[in-house]
Ligand binder design. Structure first.
Ligand code: NDP
Length: 249
């Protein structure tokens, strides 16, 4: 444990697996109290045990970020337990790839509701608290897919483009309130993300792409997030693009 984030309180959405799980552990290791949110509460409880075993402070919150009331409740529960909210990591996301023509539009709604609206609801809910505190940091997880669009990934691309546009607009609205905004844009990271793709051909193609290079680990992205949120208050790390060395596009 270091004490760079001692006294700070972080919320990490999508903490039940992958990047969110690694980020919760990394921020706790820097001394932050962490609220960990996702839908799979059993996995959150396991993660909470790992954090408390190392002497960390943790609150588990079962929440669907697509539901604004649950997101508001997540933020209120965190504030009630720890008294402040310094860092929000908007990490929860789904990547339901496939061609636009003939798509199951339910996949589109899930991606927009989680990747875009969920991130917006959480941001909306923490801003009054951060403003009242006079300090805050919002970290939004975009993707290389938020910079480069490809065939068969259009709606995922659109959601991550939205994260970039929203984050830049947000930064311009809140920097004078001492609230920092960071966009993280990972390339291929070895997580369960592609396993949830519903279109069989798109899933096979995605797994083939993941299998073609040595992927990043979730801990690599967690380290980038920890770097951004442990900088001195006058340093606003706006964007980190991080690919596996072997990834070209
Ligand atoms: P995972 O599938 O391992 O993690 C996704 C997390 O999001 C899970 O904890 C999941 O929890 C949560 N989640 C999904 N839907 C909801 C919901 N409705 N409400 C609350 N939580 C939800 O994938 P990653 O760790 O890879 O993904 C994390 C982020 O990183 C995503 O935004 C993804 O787009 C982004 N990313 C990932 C890359 C990669 O290659 N892996 C590359 C670039 C960006 P639960 O199901 O328990 O609710």
């Amino acid at each position: 444990m270091s004490d760079k984030l001692k006294g700070k309180v972080a919320i990490v959405t999508g903490a039940s697996s992958g990047i969110g799980e690694a980020t919760a552990l990394a921020l706790a290791a820097e001394g932050a109290s962490v609220a960990i949110a996702a839908r799979r509460s059993d996995r959150l409880e396991t993660l909470a045990s790992r954090i408390t075993e190392k002497g960390g402070q943790v609150l588990t919150i079962t929440a669907d970020v697509a539901d604004e009331a649950q997101v508001n409740d997540m933020v209120q529960q965190t504030h009630a337990k720890f008294g402040r909210v310094d860092i929000l990591v908007n990490n929860a996301g789904v990547m339901l790839l496939g061609p636009i023509e003939g798509a199951n539009t339910e996949d589109w709604r899930r991606m927009i509701n989680v990747n875009v609206l969920g991130l917006m609801y959480a941001t909306h809910a923490v801003l009054p608290l951060m403003k009242a505190q006079g300090i805050g940091h919002i970290v939004n997880i975009s993707s290389v897919a938020g910079r480069i669009a490809s065939a068969n990934t259009g709606v995922y691309n659109a959601t991550k483009w939205a994260v970039g546009a929203f984050s830049e607009s947000l930064r311009k609205e809140v920097y004078q309130s001492n609230i920092r905004v960071t966009i993280i844009e990972p390339g291929l990271v070895a997580t369960e993300l592609p396993q949830h793709i519903t279109n069989p051909m798109a899933k096979e193609a995605a797994l083939g792409f993941y299998g073609s290079v040595k992927n990043l680990d979730s801990e690599d992205i967690a380290a980038a997030i920890a770097y951004a949120v442990t900088q001195p208050p006058h340093v606003n790390v706006n964007e980190i693009l991080i690919r596996p060395t072997e990834q070209e596009r």
